[in-house]
Write a protein that binds this ligand. Structure first.
Ligand code: 2M8
Length: 447
């Protein structure tokens, strides 16, 4: 039975409440028991519309674990989580606590910087409602956000290409995407990799929904390589086997630089901050243009190790649309590609929404994680891109179809594109959060 949109909104908020750990929100009840970086940013976007102070608290906890060099770790481990409930735990990362401001242990890699988009929404909500405490929290957070963006613009782009280099598929957020297949295949498994058990496989109904063992052997080997390099960017860049210029990470960074520049203006931040944020944004756009493939109508990642482009057709290819302020011709070409039979018009889709990997790819797998299923957060990024390019009608279709999918299948982590079956973890926080943001437009006054 379909819920009314008002009831769906109430249910979405209940998911966030259920996963609320007080100072942060778990991405899901059991599969992900700690704080994840970009999940928390999406969660804060959802919370901003009805509880900006709690939204600010979500970011405050994450940035409380920021490293001294500015990087924001992709996981802040929760002491409340059951030991061994997530792999790899802190013992795999072995981070020296002096590197970060955190009391908790952290991982040593990052995720796309959605945070400034969330901070700007919280700020606006605080201004609208006269919420002084939330506004003050954003004022305190701002220097941390700036340091995070500076880290990405410098340490992760040593040659000033405008593209962010990632060191692990987990940094992309699209862990087992076919984008990484060629590079991962060339990586040898660490011969000293200890035996490990996969708690994630206990939390999904079917192992086919998660990455396979060959992927995990390599993910963990890469963690050991980063640890050996002491998480030092220069050292990593001189010898670590996985280095990718990631177009989606770059696009989020460009959009986030724009949001942070707006926040910097509102907060009267130093002029040089505003200049730097604008420059980083422009450089990012130039970087994305250099990765534009007009034949495909998509932007392609670049493998730094082999100096070759990655041709896999995935939602990450919509990076120019997500980045904001790109040339009209490119936006038009992206929308044509979005609506082609590679994505939204692929045969037999339950809803015309973009599968994470194009069904026309030989690597497409309708049920496996980032290799085919539809992810509401990816739709949200595309929706935001369409809105900022003033393609409001197309944006509205994405919003409505995404809400129909969630209404039929619940707040799942991802969905099978043809049947609409909910997959992965159920009660996934970021799915609820983007649904709240989408629904809030219809019921702005509901608290
Ligand atoms: C997934 O990634 C984690 C590793 O970071 C995992 O599979 O264990 C990805 O979907 C990632 O994008 C997301 O942030 C995380 C938590 O939802 O889960």
């Amino acid at each position: 039975m379909r819920l009314s949109l008002k009831t769906l909104l109430v249910r979405a908020k209940q998911v966030l409440e259920r996963n609320d750990m007080g100072t942060f929100t778990k991405p899901a009840p059991s599969l992900y028991p700690h704080q994840w970086s970009w999940d928390s940013a999406f969660i804060a976007i959802g919370l901003a519309s009805y509880n900006p102070l709690r939204a600010a608290k979500e970011l405050r906890h994450l940035f409380g674990a920021q490293w001294r060099d500015g990087r924001v770790p992709h996981i802040v481990f929760s002491p409340q989580a059951e030991a061994g409930s997530y792999l790899p735990g802190p013992e795999w990362w072995g981070i020296d606590r002096n590197r970060s401001f955190a009391r908790e242990a952290t991982s040593g890699i990052c995720q796309p910087p959605v945070h400034a988009l969330a901070a700007l929404r919280i700020w606006r909500a605080a201004q609208r409602t006269g919420n002084e405490a939330a506004a003050a929290a954003i004022r305190i957070l701002y220097p941390r956000l700036f340091a995070w963006h500076r880290y990405l613009a410098t340490c992760r782009d040593p040659d000033d290409t405008g593209l962010v280099t990632i060191y692990h598929p987990w940094e992309s957020g699209m862990d087992n995407s076919p984008r990484w297949d060629t590079s991962l295949a060339s990586i040898s498994v660490d011969p000293e990799l200890p035996h490990y058990d996969r708690p994630d496989l206990r939390h999904v109904s079917d192992q086919e929904e998660r990455p396979d063992k060959a992927d995990y052997d390599r993910y963990l080997s890469l963690v050991r390589s980063l640890r050996r390099a002491g998480y030092d960017d220069k050292h990593i860049q001189s010898q670590h086997p996985f280095q990718m210029q990631d177009v989606l990470f770059t696009a989020v960074t460009v959009a986030a630089n724009g949001a942070l520049a707006e926040l910097a203006r509102a907060l009267n931040a130093p002029d040089e901050h505003q200049v730097a944020l604008r420059q980083w944004g422009e450089r990012g756009r130039t970087g994305l243009l250099s990765r534009w493939d007009p034949q495909c109508g998509l932007a392609l990642d670049q493998d730094v190790m082999s100096n070759t482009p990655i041709s896999a057709r995935t939602v990450a290819g919509f990076a120019p649309l997500i980045a904001t302020n790109m040339p009209h011709g490119i936006i038009d070409a992206q929308i044509r590609r979005l609506d082609s039979d590679w994505f939204c018009a692929a045969p037999d889709l339950r809803w015309p929404l973009p599968p994470s990997t194009s069904p026309s790819e030989s690597t497409y797998s309708a049920r496996r994680y980032w290799r085919g299923p539809i992810w509401p957060v990816a739709n949200w990024l595309i929706w935001e891109g369409l809105r900022s390019a003033n393609r409001l009608q197309r944006a509205e279709q994405i919003r409505q179809h995404s809400l129909e999918q969630i209404n039929a299948g619940g707040f799942a982590e991802y969905f099978e594109p043809h049947s609409g079956q909910p997959l992965g973890s159920q009660q996934q926080s970021w799915t609820a959060a983007v649904a709240i943001d989408w629904l809030h437009a219809a019921f702005p006054q509901s608290a």
